[in-house]
Design a protein around this ligand. Structure first.
Ligand code: BGC
Length: 741
């Protein structure tokens, strides 16, 4: 009897879990059985909203549209939704999409900046704010998070990525999904996430957007697919294919990835949307002959919804009738789409409640955005502990990014209003009123080449105790289709920095940019450098929180900073060559004797003009505190396959300032059935330490955490020896060893 009761209790709890994930198969099948082929194809069609025309309403009523993107007026959303629900034959709601990438109105740091926080909680909170504001306007689906691994600062969309590391991107991507979707997708503050771009888009050759990628299978599975799998396991409702062809196959026509990997292996049951016209672009790719061919290829590949290019509505019917696309594939796609619509609660609560009080730009949203901006800033240099500054110093505020309310928000901001941006200058005028300052922008925008005001900037610096120079990039210089072949500070900004430095006062360089920049040439002219990836609405006060020590920097680089653009791609988790350059310094150009013998420099892997190391490694970032690591110990130096180990380390804040250290755990699998990276991040923790405090922290690692796709393309850990480090960046750390027996 007791057993029976336990059994029933188990069944009930499984059923409850199932309901939460949203098991709507009965409803879906019932609806599907009533749908005509045209209505099914209609669900697979997404259009971009322009206006609520009669033509649009007629199409919706006829069931020809499954989704609209870019409609952001709640009154209009209610109109189109009414047409779908009350005036179409089957009353299927529309799903309303929008690129809400790092906030809707309240803009958070660009995703690359959020990644620098190494803080899943802050990322989740940002997505929650974005979801709440979006749902208010009737948006119930965002095209985020972008999980493209990017190892190339030239690529404009690195801004939108979570950096170069698959583990970090996976952890933070999952947090973002959780933030957007909440615990219950049907809640009035949740929106569906869309992981994108599947797959390899960030590996565009030469960093030029949309370019081909050539990612071989092991790399694809061990790096590029990793964060996607993690975000899908976290429940991401939808996925977007990418623009690029990888090894000749455009992503929107890749049946292996969409069917075998995504559906069969990963058991993804949400829906797949194409990128904007990425299906039709298979024609210029040379992969499809015409629109009909496009529709055939994508439908057969398992692509459920077409974004804007209209080949499904035009050709799918005849393709099904002629047997070139199976009705089973169509039914599967429609099921996937309906499943997400049911889970979003759109059948029950389709309308926006326009009478509800707005939370847009609410105090709590602004505070979350400020916290995120604080945690996203990376202190790269702090000579003589120049920072934090004392409030009684007179400062000269210089540079084009000191008061650039539009640019500070960064790329992919459609809805944020620059009138709400608090720039550094505005922060000084409002909140930091006790600071005495002079302001001289010197350049009116980052590309401005006029040096006419340089002398004034120098005078301003001379008249102050410290100069704070705000340089960087306008938002238009990063993002989609905005790649650069030169990633120095653009225009004459480096010259301005030098001019300011020549006034003889200490200089704080504050950068706001959409990508890692090559700033080696600028470092000698700045005593302190605080790097911000475009920090969003609350960037100004966040930066002054850090500059005046109300907060302590804790951000770490989510992507390697190279010395020269020609070093790209340079990333920490690379494979070793057979001839790695020796530790310590390598010979540089000016040290090479004239008429040096051919082999006199040794034959190892480095650049004669820029060496073997980056400017700043992945995971690097300073604090006003000083942290000391000691006592790294493992629970065991040998674990069985399937076992687990615990790594322990003590961290002491040896300074007199409270701070937060992001402790990072890396491993190296020394010998594998395929060569393994020299380091791989496997864990991180933000550790808050009061002045003088020490803490012992613990990481656990299972052998599954060490698994990879080896020679046989099966994901598993391999027995053998490993190195393990815990430390402050990918380039430093205490080291130990263990093995899997
Ligand atoms: C971008 C996507 C975006 C879509 C819809 C495309 O150009 O690549 O990331 O979601 O447009 O705006």
């Amino acid at each position: 009897m007791k057993l029976k009761l336990i059994g029933i209790a188990c069944l009930l709890s499984v059923a409850a879990g199932y309901a939460q994930q949203g098991n709507y198969e009965k409803e879906i099948n019932a609806l599907l059985s009533k749908m005509t082929l045209e209505e099914k194809i209609g669900q697979m069609n997404q259009l971009s909203y322009f206006e609520t025309s009669d033509q649009l309403l007629t199409q919706i009523k006829k069931g020809e549209i499954g989704s609209l993107l870019n409609i952001i007026d709640p009154v209009e959303v209610n109109k189109v939704q009414k047409a779908a629900l009350e005036n179409s034959r089957l009353g299927i709601p529309l799903i309303i999409g929008r690129d809400v990438i790092h906030g809707l109105k309240t803009v958070f740091p660009i995703p690359l900046g959020q990644a620098a926080s190494f803080d899943p909680q802050v990322v989740e909170a940002g997505a929650r704010v974005a979801a709440t504001e979006s749902r208010e306007l009737g948006i119930n689906w965002t095209f985020a998070p972008m999980l493209d691994i990017s190892r190339d600062g030239r690529w404009g969309r690195i801004a939108e990525s979570l950096g170069e590391d698959p583990y970090l991107a996976g952890q933070l991507g999952a947090a973002m999904v959780k933030g957007f979707q909440g615990n219950d997708l049907s809640s009035p503050t949740s929106i569906a996430a869309c992981v994108k771009h599947f797959i390899g888009y960030g590996a565009a050759e030469g960093g030029r957007d949309y370019n081909s990628t050539n990612i071989p299978p092991h790399l694809l599975h061990n790096v590029y697919l990793v964060p996607f799998k993690k975000a899908i396991d976290a429940g991401a409702a939808t996925l977007m294919t990418s623009f690029n062809d990888n090894d000749g196959i455009p992503a929107s026509g890749n049946d292996y990835l969409l069917k075998d990997v995504l559906r069969k292996e990963w058991k993804f049951d949400g829906f797949v949307v194409s990128d904007w016209a990425s299906m039709a672009e298979m024609i210029p790719h040379g992969y499809a002959k015409d629109g009909k061919d496009v529709a055939r290829i994508s439908a057969n590949a398992g692509l459920d919804m077409e974004m804007v290019s209209g080949t499904y509505p035009k050709y799918l019917k005849e393709l099904v009738q002629s047997g070139q696309v199976s009705i089973a594939d169509i039914d599967n796609s429609v099921r996937n789409i309906l499943r997400v619509k049911f889970r979003l609660g759109l059948f029950k609560n389709p309308y926006v409640d326009t009478s509800k009080a707005s939370t847009i730009y609410s105090q709590s949203h602004l505070e979350e955005a400020r916290k995120a901006a604080v945690e996203s800033a990376i202190l790269l240099k702090n000579e003589g502990s120049l920072l934090p500054l004392k409030a009684n110093l007179k400062v000269a505020v210089i540079g084009p990014l000191a008061d650039a309310p539009h640019d500070q928000m960064g790329t992919w901001v459609f809805d944020g209003d620059k009138a709400h941006t608090v720039t550094p200058l505005k922060a000084l005028q409002t909140e930091f009123k006790n600071i005495s300052y002079v302001y001289e922008p010197a350049l009116s925008y980052s590309r401005d080449k006029s040096t006419a005001n340089f002398e004034k900037a120098k005078q301003a610096a001379a008249s102050a105790d410290v100069a704070i120079v705000f340089l960087g990039e306008e938002s238009i210089l990063s993002g989609e289709a905005h790649s650069l072949s030169n990633i120095n500070l653009i225009g004459v900004q480096s010259d301005l920095l030098r001019e300011v430095k020549s006034a003889g006062k200490p200089v704080v360089l504050v950068v706001m940019a959409g990508r890692p920049l090559t700033i080696e040439r600028d470092l000698p002219y700045a005593d302190a450098v605080l790097f911000n990836f475009h920090p969003g609405t609350m960037g100004g006060p966040a930066i002054f929180d850090l500059i005046y020590g109300k907060a302590n920097p804790s951000g770490k680089l989510p992507a390697t900073f190279v010395r020269e653009v020609g070093q790209i791609p340079m990333y920490y988790n690379h494979n070793n060559t057979g001839r790695p350059a020796p530790d310590g310094n390598v010979m540089t150009l000016d040290q090479i004797p004239v008429e040096a013998g051919q082999t006199s420099l040794g034959n190892t892997s480095f650049y004669l003009d820029s060496g073997k190391n980056p400017l700043f490694p992945f995971g690097y970032g300073l604090s006003y505190s000083k942290f000391e690591y000691s006592g790294l110990a493992l629970s065991s130096n040998s674990i069985p396959m399937g076992g687990m180990l615990t790594a322990r380390v003590s961290i002491k804040n040896t300074s007199s300032v409270d701070g937060v250290e992001v402790a990072q755990l890396y491993i190296r699998d020394l010998v594998g059935s395929i060569a393994r990276p020299v380091k791989e991040l496997k864990g991180f923790q933000r550790v808050a330490l009061k002045a003088g405090e020490s803490k012992t922290i613990e990481f656990t690692l299972t052998t599954d955490d060490l698994a990879f796709f080896g020679r046989d393309m099966q994901r598993k850990a391999e027995a053998g020896d490993f190195k393990l480090w815990i430390g402050t960046s990918s380039a430093e750390g205490l080291e130990t060893e263990f093995s899997i027996k």
